[in-house]
Design a protein around this ligand. Structure first.
Ligand code: ADP
Length: 698
């Protein structure tokens, strides 16, 4: 028991140390692996963020320089051009530098008063002909005396030298002719009124544009009935559109058409165009488009200018920066040069369009911003302006957009929340698999080492046990022989018979010693794998007889009944005769050893199908089921106490099993405690082929 404890303790320690040697590096490796994977994720995240950050910073610095160019361009214009000229340059820039078109423009003179867009002027009444005009007006509109009114207007035209009065009178005549259905006369007069006179300034310009509209409408009336008027109408509409788009007289003086009238004219001209698109002899498309844009800008500018008639509210504004106008979605940038002030108006949507369009650029790998990212733009108050709304996700990047857009920030989100995971997963997988492989290797080598060391320990134990057993087993017969020899030498015996008895005892001990040594040698050879069997065709009866003979002297006692039954005509077996005799002698020895005083031992040899069976039956102490399972193990003894009576080293049955296995046979035991045991060795019969092979070789 002690031996087993010691060995198992040793083994336990070895296993514990090995487990530590395996578990510790495994745990460390796993830890390093998770750290590596985590770091990889962080690194990938940082790398991605850096890429996007660089990209977006590039975009925004481009936007900044565009806005910078735009500001410089605006300031240069303001510095070098007379104020009125600026309008077109801002609203409809002909220049290739078009960061983005202004949606409106308000111009202030050095006194800080708005000079454009302007309301309708209230012109000074001309006192000389005002009464005449009033009377004619009365006739025309109150009394409906058209003829009378016509004459009065004609008189004014003829009598006045003032070009304004003249033009007004001619226009009135044309109007009355039209009312009288004298359309040709009306066209003639309107045509006359629209002709350029000298110094088309102030009211003249205003009246001329009016006359131009009247003329165009009259010609349109005519053209809808008579085809030959179509070219005339086309030309008239073209000229009207040109007048509307013309903001200066070419001499740096604003063409004096007040904003409201220009807007009115633009609306009229555009509706005439819509009505007659199909019949025009040339395309006026681009002109109409231009007018449409100007009209929109003019309306917006007028609407804002009404709220800001002076520059006072902008006093604290810093130049160039875009400021939101209260209660609107309009942003205004102020430029101040030489006392002149220009307020550029831009709709919020257009600002966003100007750079959000830029965000959907394509890089080499694909459309990164539009395909992978969501963005949200917030204004200074944190209100949503553009992009996805109400997301709960955390932006991976939050940055200001431009110094020209105060406190506008953009937040960037990845559409795919797992983008970092996905990017890192490949590397992480490599780490994980390497880790798993190394862990498996460590575990594998650990297991192998445990096995090897375990074997080594067992071998050691075997050696120790062997030496102890050999010493112990040899000691008993040797000492009893010495006592007997000493007795004989000293002559301590009564007669010759007693002396012979002693000698017989010595011979018996000697025989036991020889058998023991034989067993030890077999075992030792067996252990070193050196046991060579001389397997030849053998008669099983011979084996049985030889074994019976070997134990005969020992079994030849009164209290032992030994029977040998050998079946007739037994087939031969392929066996090493001496080895098989050892097997049977061991089994018979055990039957003898583990039986009570009244021993009944049977050795039977018989054939069964293709096998030859040797069975050794006793009526001895028998074994429990548990013991039966272990008896073939080396050094196993059911009763291992030192006080046990039966001699032996626990090797006999392991030798039996070894030899039987080498013969490709089997050994089984059937036993019941206190009733006896039967060991049966079964060997295959020598086949014909084997026998023939055997014969030829001999
Ligand atoms: P030992 O030298 O102890 O006899 P063996 O290998 O021959 O060693 O037998 C192993 C053990 O099996 C014995 O110690 C004994 O307990 C049990 N055993 C063997 N043969 C018999 C038997 N015929 N009857 C009862 N027990 C037996």
């Amino acid at each position: 028991m002690y031996k087993i404890d010691k060995t198992s303790n040793q083994l336990r320690w070895v296993i514990l140390l090995l487990a530590i040697a395996v578990v510790l590096p495994t745990v460390c490796l796993l830890w390093f692996m998770t750290q590596a994977v985590k770091n990889e994720r962080l690194a990938v995240r940082q790398k991605l963020i850096d890429v996007y950050k660089t990209e977006i910073e590039k975009k925004f610095s481009e936007l900044d320089s565009k806005l910078e160019i735009q500001a410089r361009y605006s300031e240069t214009l303001l510095q070098n051009r007379p104020l009125p000229d600026l309008w077109l340059e801002f609203i409809h820039p002909g220049s290739s530098i078009e960061p983005y078109r202004a949606d409106g423009l308000i111009l202030y003179d050095p006194n800080g008063s708005c000079i454009y867009p302007t309301h309708l002027h209230t012109y000074q009444d001309n006192s000389e002909f005002q009464n005449d005009f009033d009377e004619a007006w009365q006739c025309e509109f109150a009394k409906h005396q058209l003829k009378e009114a016509l004459d009065r207007y004609k008189d004014i035209e003829n009598n006045s030298d003032d070009p304004v009065n003249k033009k007004q009178a001619i226009i009135a005549q044309a109007r009355i002719h039209n009312k009288m259905d004298k359309i040709d006369e009306a066209i003639h007069l309107a045509g006359k009124a629209k002709e350029t006179g000298h110094g088309d300034k102030g009211q003249i310009a205003y009246l001329r544009a009016d006359a131009q509209l009247m003329y165009t409408e009259l010609v349109h009336q005519k053209a809808s009935k008579e085809n030959q008027y179509i070219p005339k109408f086309t030309a008239a509409l073209r000229n009207l559109l040109s007048t509307i788009s013309n903001y200066n007289t070419g001499s740096g003086v604003l063409l004096d058409i007040p904003s409201e009238q220009r807007i009115f004219l633009a609306n009229k001209a555009m509706s005439l165009y819509e009505q007659s698109k199909g019949i025009l002899t040339e395309s006026l498309n681009s002109r109409v488009e231009r007018v449409r844009k100007l009209q929109a800008a003019e309306s917006l500018s007028l609407q804002i200018a009404e709220k800001f008639p002076t520059t006072l509210p902008f006093k604290n504004w810093s130049d160039r920066t875009l400021n939101k106008l209260p209660q609107t979605n309009i942003y205004a940038a102020i430029y101040r040069i030489d006392g002149k002030t220009a307020i550029r108006l831009t709709k919020q949507d257009n600002i966003i369009l100007a750079f959000a369009g830029d965000l959907t650029y394509t890089d080499k790998k694909g459309n990164i911003f539009s395909s992978n990212l969501d963005c949200q733009i917030l204004d200074a108050q944190g209100a949503h302006i553009y992009g996805i709304k109400g997301t709960t996700a955390k932006p991976f990047l939050k940055t200001e957009i431009s110094k020209f857009l105060p406190d506008w920030t953009i937040e960037l989100y990845f559409k795919d929340a797992n983008v970092f995971e996905n990017a890192a997963s490949k590397q992480a997988a490599i780490y994980t698999w390497t880790g798993v492989l190394v862990v498996l290797l460590i575990l594998g080598s650990g297991a192998m080492a445990t096995q090897v060391i375990g074997k080594q320990i067992k071998l050691n134990r075997l050696k120790n046990d062997f030496i102890a057993t050999v010493t112990h087993e040899l000691k008993t017969p040797l000492s009893s022989m010495r006592v007997l020899v000493d007795t004989l030498l000293e002559g301590n015996y009564n007669d010759q018979q007693q002396a012979t008895e002693y000698l017989q005892l010595i011979s018996k001990e000697n025989l036991r010693l020889s058998r023991l040594i034989d067993n030890f040698l077999t075992f030792s050879r067996m252990e070193r794998n050196k046991q060579a069997f001389d397997i030849v065709r053998t008669d099983p009866a011979e084996i049985a007889k030889a074994a019976a003979e070997a134990v005969q002297t020992k079994f030849n006692e009164k209290n032992c009944k030994f029977t040998v039954t050998i079946a007739d005509n037994l087939a031969s077996i392929m066996a090493d005769k001496d080895a098989m005799v050892t097997v049977l002698v061991n089994l018979l020895d055990n039957a003898y050893k583990y039986s009570y005083d009244d021993k009944q031992i049977q050795l039977r040899v018989f054939g069964e199908e293709d096998f030859i069976c040797f069975s050794v039956k006793d009526n001895g102490i028998g074994m429990t089921h548990r013991q039966m399972k272990k008896i073939f193990d080396r050094f196993y003894q059911a009763d291992s106490s030192l006080s046990r009576q039966a001699e032996g080293a626990g090797l006999g049955l392991s030798i039996v099993k070894f030899i039987v296995d080498a013969h490709k046979g089997s050994v089984i035991v059937d036993s019941q405690p206190d009733k006896g045991s039967t060991f049966t060795v079964t060997l295959p019969r020598a086949t014909r082929r084997k026998i023939r092979a055997e014969e030829t070789s001999s």
